[in-house]
Design a protein around this ligand. Structure first.
Ligand code: 7RM
Length: 656
């Protein structure tokens, strides 16, 4: 029964039925055409070399494309370029200085428009300010800022002088900031007095101060003043160490020539949490990373010169690095940057921005899409969203119901949806549809990008035939791959390269259907084992959310004396739906009908909210702690600490 039942479950999950071929107009105009797959497959290294020559501006051309001593890759090693020059100077030099780089919108409603020419001036001034604080090539600079244009300026200023940045998400506490500063031995911290979020001003500088107390490597800090007149509060500055951005930067020379950097110059560190408490400083270098960012942004988002593009991520995670800063700016795109949350002042904030700025491309996370679904269609319906041409999703598997809603309600039933799978470690999108080429299936990230080789393997590392599932691996090096974990090459090998020798192990489970489409199943740790059946959390979650009264669901395995693990479901109901035992019963039946009796949740708890990281990932680890009734593990990355307490205070989980 086991295998049959599994098979049914998978089919149900995959058989949202309808498929979406690209429409003729998109095909005709698309940046990436079908030939790109064949060209890349014929000779991946030659493909990357040609793309690197076409997309990037080099100071010194490379002659060697790839040196690969597994797991250490060097791409374009003898070439030289400057990343900031590629993102800013070359557009100005080509006569596009007046093009808008950022339409910035503050949460309180203040606005700024920044052209590429202005960006060039500000990046040079900021780079000179950093030099004045003693930052030189090879140093690390920590950045801890809200979503203001200066965060991009600060990153590019580092790139311009060959310093590596380490952006730390502005929602992290002092301890997390200090850990990251200390691990990288950052010399300077660029921060702000605070920012606006959910209708009020949050203070950042006191947290930065707390962190700097235990960060001996910091010799100076630059503090961007975000507080608007009328917002109460004072910011303490330490004489000799802290400098207001608005005092220091404007007085700098606007001339800071971009220096040629080796292709493999460290561009940035970005810390991700691993299985142990110590976060990993993922290393990305210059040319290969920029190439991955630029090519994927061009091919997946199908960006055109007059487009207005909006990636609604925070710059503190990799999506903001690659698809707000480096990819779009390398491609000279015009972007929207929004400081605040989607519900402030009301749930139509995004839709009003899209209408006003005639946004063509929107990129966000499934968690946001499900939150919008929960609030109801009346909010998007109030606005003209007809400028939208393409919609993207990232960060978690997107359940078919949310995919279809996104396309019909936000995309007016016209727009292609690109469900993009990738990681901090991959640097840029690795599995995704190409809008003018790929027939999409709701819930599937479809195929590996041109030049990327992905496989699904079993526990022994053997490739699983189409129709089966296992572990997702990448079997060839790619230019934007991580180069290591800062200061810990052994952990780099152990984490990514030891489980399946010769391949990169992504840590995700995946299946391929008979047509070779990839279906991502979440982190391998999120697979449950019920009576010896491997059931993926996402399949059960998708079945729950398929019920019209359910807004969102998260599922974990709870230790069970009888079945090994039992399924524990946390369910958020749609507005106005009552949480009753009868409905819990109905919902269990719904799951059983959808994917089989084996997947029927034993425990089901209605909750007002779920614990998530700020980037929208459900923290199943904490839900497992709650389900097991034990002390919570590390909560540093939790977006809203109150959520867990609320859930815990009513853990009368109905058992059935
Ligand atoms: C970009 C980003 C990486 C993890 C990854 C997956 C999950 C991301 C998708 C996805 C299914 C997707 N970087 N993930 N995108 N799962 N479909 N389209 O999120 O380093 O923060 O996280 O996110 O588990 O391993 S990340």
């Amino acid at each position: 029964m086991a295998e049959e039942q599994r098979g049914d479950a998978i089919e149900t999950f995959q058989a949202a039925g309808e498929t979406f071929p690209p429409d003729a107009a998109t095909v005709a105009a698309a940046n990436a055409q079908a030939e790109i797959y064949a060209r890349a497959a014929a000779d991946p290294v030659a493909f990357w070399a040609a793309e690197a020559r076409e997309r990037l501006t080099w100071r010194k051309p490379f002659t060697k494309t790839l040196e690969w001593e597994l797991p250490f890759a060097r791409w374009f090693d003898d070439g030289e370029l400057n990343v900031a020059e590629n993102c800013v100077d070359r557009h100005v030099a080509a006569g596009r200085g007046e093009k808008v780089a950022f339409h910035w919108i503050g949460e309180p409603g203040d606005r700024r428009t920044i052209t590429y020419a202005e960006l060039l001036v500000e990046v040079q001034r900021t780079a000179n300010a950093l030099k004045g604080l003693g930052v030189t090539r090879g140093d690390r600079v920590a950045i801890y800022m809200p979503m203001v244009p200066e965060v991009a300026i600060a990153m590019l200023a580092c790139a311009r002088i060959g310093a590596a940045h380490s952006v730390v998400f502005s929602g992290f506490p002092a301890s997390a900031l200090a850990d990251r500063i200390n691990d990288a031995e950052a010399k300077v911290l660029i921060t702000a007095d605070g920012g606006y979020r959910k209708g009020s001003f949050f203070e950042l500088k006191p947290i930065a101060d707390e962190a700097m107390k235990s960060s001996p490597s910091i010799t100076g800090s630059i503090v961007y003043r975000r507080r608007q007149p009328g917002t109460p509060g004072e910011t303490a500055m330490q004489q000799g160490r802290d400098h207001w951005w608005q005092d220091l930067v404007p007085q700098q020379s606007t001339d800071c020539p971009a220096e040629a950097m080796p292709a493999e110059q460290l561009l940035f560190l970005l810390y991700t949490s691993g299985t142990t408490a110590k976060p990993k400083g993922i290393m990305h270098t210059s040319a290969g990373y920029l190439l991955g960012a630029a090519l994927t942004h061009h091919a997946v988002f199908d960006i055109k010169p007059d487009d207005v593009y909006w990636c609604a991520a925070d710059v503190g995670w990799i999506t903001g690095h690659t698809y707000i800063v480096y990819g779009p700016l390398a491609n000279g795109a015009t972007q929207v940057m929004y400081e605040g949350t989607p519900d402030t002042p009301s749930w139509d904030r995004w839709w009003s921005i899209i209408e006003e700025l005639k946004v063509n491309i929107l990129y966000c996370a499934p968690t946001a899409i499900r939150a919008f679904m929960r609030q109801g269609e009346e909010h998007p319906r109030k606005h003209d969203l007809s400028s939208l041409r393409l919609l993207g999703s990232v960060g978690e598997p997107i359940n078919p119901e949310a995919w279809l809603w996104y396309r019909s309600v936000i995309g007016g039933g016209r727009t292609p949806i690109v469900d993009t799978w990738w990681q901090t470690e991959t640097g840029s999108i690795a599995i995704s549809p190409l809008p003018g080429v790929t027939t999409t299936k709701p819930g599937s990230a479809t195929f590996a990008m041109p030049g990327i080789a992905a496989d699904v393997v079993d526990a022994s590392g053997k490739s699983v035939p189409l129709g089966g599932g296992g572990f997702l691996t990448l079997t060839q090096p790619w230019p934007s791959m991580l180069r290591g974990i800062w200061g810990d090459p052994a952990r780099f090998k152990e984490t990514y390269w030891s489980r399946f020798p010769g391949s990169y192990f992504a840590g995700d489970g995946a299946r391929r259907d008979e047509e070779g489409y990839f279906w991502l199943l979440g982190r391998v740790d999120d697979v449950m084992n019920v009576s010896a059946h491997r059931i993926s959390t996402i399949e059960v979650e998708s079945a729950l959310v398929d019920h019209h009264n359910v807004a969102e669901a998260a599922v974990v395995g709870k230790n069970d004396p009888l079945t090994g693990q039992a399924i524990f479901a946390f369910v958020i109901l749609k507005k106005g739906v009552e949480a009753t035992d009868e409905f819990a019963h109905e919902l269990r039946g719904h799951v059983a009908k959808q994917i089989g009796a084996i997947a029927r949740p034993k425990f089901l708890l209605f909750v007002p909210d779920l614990p998530k990281t700020r980037s929208g990932k459900i923290m199943r680890r904490l839900l497992r702690d709650i389900a097991e009734g034990r002390a919570l593990g590390d909560v540093t990355t939790l977006a809203d600490g109150g959520v867990v307490d609320t859930i815990r205070s009513n853990t009368g989980a109905a058992e059935e």
